[in-house]
Design a protein around this ligand. Structure first.
Ligand SMILES: [Zn+2]
Length: 320
């Protein structure tokens, strides 16, 4: 936690905290765990994996909320996706600042029209980047292409094969996770670029945590039908079909039982297990413990903020 860097300018500006109210208004620096670091440039803070950072020809980063030119209730935020409340020019300027914080101004940005699918798009030497296509994962061996995925609770996952020099960016919400988009992306990297999962490194960025992500029992039922290890990423694996043991105790007439309780889904854990299933080594997978909903003052959470939420952007590229 103490490893987070604070720019000298920020340190000079920081005022002593007098009350908890002022503390709530200007949150302290991003609480990051080991294996992670931050880089702050002109008010924009980027979260990075220290392992991926060591690769000299690699660019990668997960955006955070503060900085930027977009505004939510007089707060300047780095919104990096199309949302109703923000202007396209703001998003473009924010993206310039984010790329500049990464030293990636000159790279060509590529993203997809995300549809919560398992569609993987490969950008090889000949693929055109002119038109945005639909899908939820991108992979390339082409230096200079900055692959990006946008999230606000879903899992952003960045993958690199340092041997074959291939990178991928994945957007995995519960639908993409259920459709095994991570396993499919790794499979595509093997097929298209002859990558070996044993060589790959992967970083799972800020995602709504198992602490906050309530889903209906029907989602748990879908997962338990497709994943033998589903109990490892749900707090309780209930499918909604269980008899309610309290039914006769709570004296409610039939048909008036309380609705079945929600269950908690840990998307990061689910996707970490998929990376392992795909053949990555455990020590090569880096998972941030940041929950978008718990840390909404540093990130964006659609669950927490609904339509007033912005979008985070996670990117990866091979330097030219
Ligand atoms: Zn949480």
């Amino acid at each position: 936690m103490a490893t987070a860097k604070t720019s000298p300018r920020k340190r000079a500006k920081a005022k002593p905290l007098k009350s908890s109210a002022s503390k709530a208004k200007s949150p302290a620096k991003l609480p990051i765990s080991k294996d992670w670091t931050t880089r702050t440039h002109r008010g924009v803070t980027v979260l990075q994996s220290t392992a991926l950072n060591k690769i000299p020809w690699l660019v990668h980063g997960f955006s955070t909320r503060p900085g930027g030119v977009s505004e939510i209730d007089n707060e300047k935020v780095l919104n990096l996706g199309a949302v109703e409340w923000d202007k396209r020019e703001n998003v473009e300027e924010n993206k310039r600042r984010f790329q500049s914080a990464l030293g990636a101004e000159k790279l060509e940005f590529v993203s997809l029209h995300q549809i919560h699918s398992d569609v993987v798009r490969i950008f090889d030497a000949t693929t055109s980047t002119a038109k945005q296509c639909k899908g939820d994962a991108l992979a390339t061996d082409r230096p200079g292409l900055l692959l990006g995925v946008r999230t606000a609770d879903c899992s952003p996952i960045l993958v690199v094969d340092p041997k074959k020099r291939v990178v991928a960016a994945i957007h995995a919400g519960w639908r993409g996770t259920l459709a095994r988009i991570v396993v499919k992306t790794i499979g595509q990297m093997q097929m298209e670029f002859k990558s070996n999962p044993k060589d790959m490194l992967a970083a799972i960025g800020p995602t709504i945590g198992g602490c906050c992500y309530e889903v209906g029992t029907e989602v748990a039922a879908d997962f338990s039908a497709k994943f033998s290890n589903a109990s490892e990423f749900f707090d309780e694996l209930r499918t909604g079909d269980e008899p309610n043991p309290l039914q006769w105790l709570n004296m409610m007439p039939p048909g008036h039982q309380p609705p079945p309780k929600k269950v908690l889904l840990d998307l990061k854990k689910a996707n970490q297990l998929q990376l392992l299933e795909a053949g990555l080594r455990e020590q090569n997978i880096f998972v941030t413990d940041l929950c978008t909903s718990c840390h909404v003052s540093h990130l964006f959470s659609y669950r927490k903020e609904s339509t007033t939420s912005g979008r985070l952007l996670s990117v990866i590229a091979l330097r030219r």
